[in-house]
Write a protein that binds this ligand. Sequence first.
Ligand code: PEP
Ligand code: MG
Length: 598
Amino acid sequence: MENREDHPVYGEPQTLYGLSASPGIISARILVLKRRTHRAAWRQLPAEEVEQEVLRFRNAVVKAESELRQLRKTFADDLADALSIIDSHILMLKDQMIIDRTVEIIREKEINAEWALAKALGRIKKKFDAIADPYIKQRYADVKYVADRVFGLLAGREDDFLANIHAPVIVVGHDFSPEDTLRMQKENILGFLTEVGGMTSHTAIVARSLAIPAVVGLENVTQSCATGDRVILDGFSGRVYLNPTRNQLEQYREYDRQHRTFSEDLALYIHLNSETLDGHKVCLAGNIERIEEVQSVLRYGAEGIGLFRSEFDFFNRDHVPSEEQLTDIYSELITTLSPMPVTIRTLDVGGDKFTSHLADSSLRLDLERNPALGLRSIRYSLREPALFRIQLRALLRASVYGRLRILLPMISSLSELHRVKGILKTMMQQLAHENVPFNPEVEVGIMIEVPSAVVMADTLASEVDFFSIGTNDLIQYSLAIDRNNQYVAHMYEPFHPAVLRMIKQTVDAGHSRGIEVSMCGEMAGDVVSAPVLLGLGLDELSMRPSAVPHVRRILRGSDYRQLVELGHAVLGCTDGGEVRNFLTRYLPARYPEEFGCQ
Ligand code: PEP
Ligand code: MG
């Protein structure tokens, strides 16, 4: 889609560079939406009006909550990512730091609710500003979205700026909340561009789960274009072609045509086996986070769950779940998919996950200076053994309903694994003593996501039933690249030879001890890396369920011996760029329909 020497169709052509937040390419006219600012006027209240003001504030909070609940109801349950974000916003409307603090300020200072809320927000912002981690910093945006909703209600404004859009458009604004984004699906909105935001912003996550193409982080985009301008939004590269040229529009139409046929063809691969032309079988499984997503595992033909991120059940609710509640969730999951395997990972909190969670004090982690290297994941579980024991008991109790695989995250040494196994053994003894049924042979595996685990993989392999490589973290820890830091994001290289060699070393160590090696990092669902990973010998690739048909199509079009040769070839490269250059030549020649050799 790069600029060509041809003539513009509309105004002066221009390419804007942002961050790709949600994939897809679309072309349409834009609608620029003005930034919603809620300026709070200061009002000193007579003492007798203070309680009335508190009531006015509380009513606005109640209304905000009921609006969010209403919105939530209008969307299908399988939009799990998006819905869990709304849930977290609903929880924020009960948060002490926002709500109780505002009430305190109204009473203490005898001032109006808008001003008090702005003050409470100012304090929260200061706390977030003091945090170095850019991912956690971004979570302030969520607090702001929630507060903006309450501001709007206090001002008596029905700020429904997305309603009444009658023609299909791409909307452009300073920022959109995750809730705005959810509503876009129901309105005539094809995609969006914003001035702020990042890949991991909640707005981006919602856009991806609704498949609404989006580019964010386009500084001053509301100034550089005007309502009615035509753009091509390329959500893959993060580029926006303002006033595209004829050639650019033609290329876009051709892409659109190919893409439609391609998606229809892919549906055929939902029900086929996962095997190569020469009969080598692998398992293509799904990664999910909430039980509601189990339907998508079935819908896209995944052969089980390779990663259930169990932490979501701990956070998107008012209380820490009980053993009974967890047993119910796990049992339902396992029963629904039986006899397919269900891999449930034990709690992986800390690091980039939920440290800004404001609602549940019992799980609130202290903000650490270096969270990715701190008290996260299995380290947290070992430090909070009461919680860990509840989860292990629930897993064991659910293990009788089908094929459960318990996955332990972030194991970095043998002694750590021994400690976990010790606790698991005690839980088994307890249940046996209580005459509660469980499967004593339940499979136990570990995530390989820390370099020390790769180096020790042969030793660790003798102690577990399977490995699952977590490349999202393995890349971050081996290349010393914070996976959420936009300044070093360009150095986050899955094809770095160090990463590829670690994958191979792990596969070989696992196979030499007779255990299966899976991968559940994002890389596993990427069609460019899938042939390489298959060639490195992985037994299972686990990915977002919707990616399964495409990866299966590649697998079924492959010859295993050629994949192994490909694996050898990339292992011979000495730099990530060299691997990519090699693949740029190899893939279109070997898989012309997939990688477009037109
Ligand atoms: C990984 O690290 O690759 C992984 C799958 O786990 P998460 O993304 O949940 O850290
Ligand atoms: Mg991980």
